[in-house]
Design a protein around this ligand. Structure first.
Ligand SMILES: [Zn+2]
Length: 410
């Protein structure tokens, strides 16, 4: 096992305080800090500290996949199959979905054939992989994910009391299923500019009215769609005139409490809104965007990959599998994630065998391997290779929290 230093990614939607605070650096940071990557992704691999020198995890794994990854090497082409991140969103991220593995393979080949450069801004498929992802909240984490049950969406559209919305509400009421959602989403996302410029302000007026009527209410309880409506207004402020604001009205508005997870399978339309979380995904960069972004948006391709099946409640509660050990169950073969709550002065907890990454997100953790000991500070991690023997973890001082990422399900 070796210390692993994450690669800091600066994006406009990041936070100037969250990651710096977590890592014990001065705040505010010079740039908005969005993500801290712990993985072997070619775009920004983490650095392994070995005997006083620093080496890229990508190079370490590529040099000897058998030693570092063990049996996992054969299964995933000699590459670490997952990317682990800490993500800090101050502003909403784009509305997006990820392809299935079949769609990614076909799309990648299609764009190669068409001669679109791998780094071209309009390139949709940068690799041949799918990108299932799981985010676990470190603090309150807000997101839009998956299509809401259509009858509830009809109630929301009706509650906004905007005459121009009536035909759309009626359309969905007549077909309250995935086909109705597909028709409505496709209509809205492809509205001609003048129609959008007419509809959107009226919808936003309806949103303002809905919220102010709540203030005029007497029993003090928030109305059913307060969070949904407020989010639409916030998105409209950040992305004026964007059809993604309408699309957002069709999605589940989700709040994750610390420790809760959200799993996004292929085709699930989603947008992270705010919060700090640990995210793990298959090692891929394939994103189809549907709006709420200045980046490339390819609506026809997005429509091809979207899953319009309504999603009940995509929140994942971790299952306790040992003292202080909580496991997030997902169908993804590329990764498994556990959270370990380490009490001060408690006995060391055995960790899952490598290959894997142990990431400290609270306090400091002591990792023990035979007589060897490694202190992992908050915001830092350890690389555990397949060749490493059994490793145990304990709180170094005061309570600590550790996320353990391994490849694939057992
Ligand atoms: Zn995503």
């Amino acid at each position: 096992m070796h210390e692993l230093v994450g690669a800091l990614r600066s994006y406009a939607w990041g936070s100037r305080t969250a990651l710096a605070q977590l890592c014990g650096r001065p705040v505010p940071s010079a740039h908005p800090e969005a993500e801290l990557w712990f993985g072997a992704h070619p775009a920004d691999p983490a650095r392994v500290q070995i005997n006083g020198h620093s080496e890229s995890l990508l190079e370490l794994v590529s040099a000897d996949p058998q030693r570092e990854l063990g049996p996992v090497a054969g299964e995933f082409g000699g590459r670490l199959p997952f990317l682990l991140k800490i993500l800090a969103a101050e502003e909403p991220l784009s509305l997006q979905a990820h392809p299935s593995i079949e769609q990614a393979r076909a799309g990648y080949a299609r764009e190669n054939h068409a001669g679109v450069a791998l780094d071209a801004p309009m390139r949709n498929y940068r690799d041949e992989n799918h990108k299932p992802e799981l985010v676990v909240a470190l603090n309150r984490f807000e997101a839009l994910a998956g299509f809401r049950e259509p009858r509830r969406t009809v109630r929301l559209l009706t509650a906004l009391d905007v005459p121009e919305l009536t035909p759309y509400a009626e359309l969905l009421a007549a077909q309250p299923d995935s086909a109705g959602l597909r028709t409505l989403f496709t209509t809205w996302i492809a509205l001609p500019q003048h129609a959008l410029a007419n509809l959107l302000p009226k919808v936003l007026d309806g949103c303002v009215r809905y919220l102010s009527e709540r203030d005029a209410g007497y029993d003090g309880t928030p109305k059913e769609f307060t969070a949904e409506v407020r989010t639409a207004l916030e998105l409209a402020e950040a992305y004026p005139g964007d059809a993604g604001v309408l699309a957002a009205l069709l999605l589940n508005r989700i709040t994750l409490e610390p420790g809760q997870g959200l799993f996004l399978a292929a085709g699930n339309l989603h947008a992270y809104l705010s919060g700090v979380g640990v995210e793990i995904m298959a090692n891929s960069d394939n994103v189809l965007r549907g709006g709420l972004t200045p980046k490339h948006v390819d609506v026809p391709e997005l429509l091809r990959v979207l899953d319009f099946e309504p999603l009940e409640l995509p929140i994942i509660e971790a299952e306790q599998t040992g003292p202080g050990i909580y496991r997030y169950d997902t169908p993804a073969p590329e990764f498994a994630l556990s959270r370990i709550e380490l009490a001060a002065d408690a006995d060391p907890v055995p960790l899952h065998a490598g290959p894997g990454i142990a990431l400290c997100t609270h306090g400091n953790v002591r990792l023990l391997q035979g007589k060897h000991e490694l202190i992992v500070e908050c915001g830092s991690a350890a690389w555990i290779s397949a060749a490493d023997g059994p490793i145990r973890a304990a709180a170094a001082d005061g309570p600590a929290q550790l996320f353990c990422a391994t490849a694939g399900a057992d």
